[in-house]
Design a protein around this ligand. Structure first.
Ligand SMILES: [Zn+2]
Length: 124
């Protein structure tokens, strides 16, 4: 059985429709920042063993950039959110879900919670 990713815009889709760019945690420095800040931003990445946020693009679907919260050891996906919403939340700005006011649990929001499939390790 193929691994499935829940795109907040398209719904449950096979992972083959997505392209991974990498770590979503680096923050772009200001244009006039020091060389060292740009060096760190462009070249240095942590090699995380555990849960991290990654930039994924739904290239076979809506083509939106997403942030996937994934465990790099177990490959379990915990959550998927729109990258723009992730950036707004990281900057401390209100997200669309927060500004929409009274949202119901059934409302289709920018974050897609992932249902955990009942399968053992080693299955693809
Ligand atoms: Zn999509």
């Amino acid at each position: 059985m193929a691994s499935l990713i829940t795109c907040p815009h398209c719904g449950v889709r096979p992972k083959e429709e997505f392209t991974i760019r990498g770590d979503a945690s680096p923050v772009r420095p200001a244009p006039g920042a020091a060389f060292e800040a740009w060096d760190v931003y462009v070249h240095l990445r942590d090699n995380v063993r555990g849960v991290m946020h990654e930039l994924w693009q739904h290239t076979g679907g809506c083509r939106r950039w997403l942030v996937v919260e994934r465990d790099t050891f177990t490959h379990e996906v915990h959550a998927v959110m729109d990258a723009a919403e992730f950036a707004r939340a990281r900057a401390g700005k209100p997200t669309r879900a927060a500004t929409a006011g009274k949202t119901s649990a059934a409302r289709k929001g920018p974050v897609a919670k992932v249902e955990k499939p009942a399968k053992g390790r080693g299955e693809a």
